[in-house]
Design a protein around this ligand. Structure first.
Ligand code: TXA
Ligand code: MG
Length: 316
């Protein structure tokens, strides 16, 4: 059992001692350690069971810290930071030597983000180093959006969970890389592609191509234990036989009574609310002993595309 509380001084002391602490952000909870310490970073990988080539995001308190860790901060990256930080945007920039190779999986770039959560921003302001923090789940499982979700997956392995309540946004940050000079979108997230394009114009999306630019784009990820089937319309899956089937959808459909459980992500059809509820829905449905979860695709606009991306990976 990890302790759960709001004591940032205690969290800071543990982090200074090289220990790990789960931290709240507006997207999902992170499993944080000293981002400049190879030992703390090694603990993050072993605690999550994460492959060492999958790099981590360094969380910083403000954009003035970028120059400490990145050798370049191109104009379009500055524009994005100005528009969205603190917030659910991660920028991949050429790294400085101070960033350990262990944090970047040996890449010559570093991922940086200013999270929009008051507790975590206060914590960062107490620390003389950035916080390396992947999502606080076991590798490939559903990302946690409450302290209880963190406790279920990592409670035996960490000492403290900083309780910032339930995450507002509910899915991870969008990742924009400047590794090649021109901006590329590596991961859809709590910012939509449309949000990003309003600031810097059309951007190439690399997350769907074969090459793994961001290993979070690996095909099987964000997965519940229950098999998940992604469909365009729930009626495609109406022959249940003996199976206990759950439906995950935007709004409760009429005529879906034979499902064991229907989980509507937003009866109002609000895609931000759907993103907010997605991982909680997966966690709760996973506990119901269902044989299969049928998930109906969200409308293909804005955050609907981000939710669909996570559902595709959950389906594997
Ligand atoms: O919202 C978020 O981004 C959350 C919260 C805790 O901040 N963090 C998160 O971390 O989702 P993680 O480790 O689960 O996902 C980070 C993604 C991975 O897909 C990783 O491959 C990619 O960022 N990444 C990190 N550094 C990279 C780099 N230098 N180049 C390309 N991708 C990178
Ligand atoms: Mg993750």
């Amino acid at each position: 059992m990890a302790d759960i509380g709001t004591d940032i001084a205690r969290a800071a002391e543990m982090l200074q001692n090289g220990e790990l602490v789960a931290i709240p952000t507006e997207t999902v909870y992170g499993l944080a350690g000293n981002g400049l310490s190879a030992e703390a970073i090694a603990k993050i990988y072993s605690t999550k069971g994460r492959p060492g080539h999958n790099p981590l995001i360094l969380h910083i308190s403000g954009s003035e810290k970028v120059q400490l860790y990145a050798s370049e901060f191109p104009p379009e990256a500055r524009q994005l930071a100005g528009a969205f930080w603190p917030g659910p945007l991660t920028l991949v920039l050429p790294k400085l030597d101070i960033v350990p190779d262990a944090a970047t999986g040996g890449l010559d770039t570093v991922a940086l983000r200013v999270p929009a959560h008051p507790l975590t921003l206060s914590l960062l302001n107490l620390l003389p180093f950035p916080l390396a923090a992947p999502s606080a789940n076991l590798s490939n499982q559903v990302s946690p959006v409450t302290p209880a979700h963190v406790e279920e997956q990592l409670g035996e392995k960490i000492g403290y969970i900083l309780d910032g309540g339930r995450c507002d946004r509910g899915i991870e940050s969008a990742i924009v890389s400047f590794a090649s000079g021109k901006p590329e979108l590596l991961r859809l997230g709590s910012l939509s592609r449309e949000d990003i394009e309003q600031v810097i114009g059309p951007i190439e999306f690399k997350g769907k191509s074969g090459a793994v630019h961001a290993p979070g784009m690996m095909k099987k990820h964000y997965s519940p234990q229950t098999p998940l089937l992604l469909v365009d319309h729930w009626k495609e899956f109406s022959d249940f036989g003996e199976d206990r089937v759950g439906l995950l959808c935007l709004r409760t459909p009429s005529g879906g009574q034979s499902f064991e459980k229907i989980y509507a992500l937003s009866e109002a059809g609000d895609l931000a609310e759907a993103a907010h509820n997605l991982y909680t829905a997966l966690v709760e449905m996973d506990k119901m002993g269902l044989d299969v979860i049928v998930a109906e695709k969200m409308p293909e606009r804005g955050l609907g595309n981000s939710v669909n991306d996570r559902l595709e990976r959950a389906a594997g």
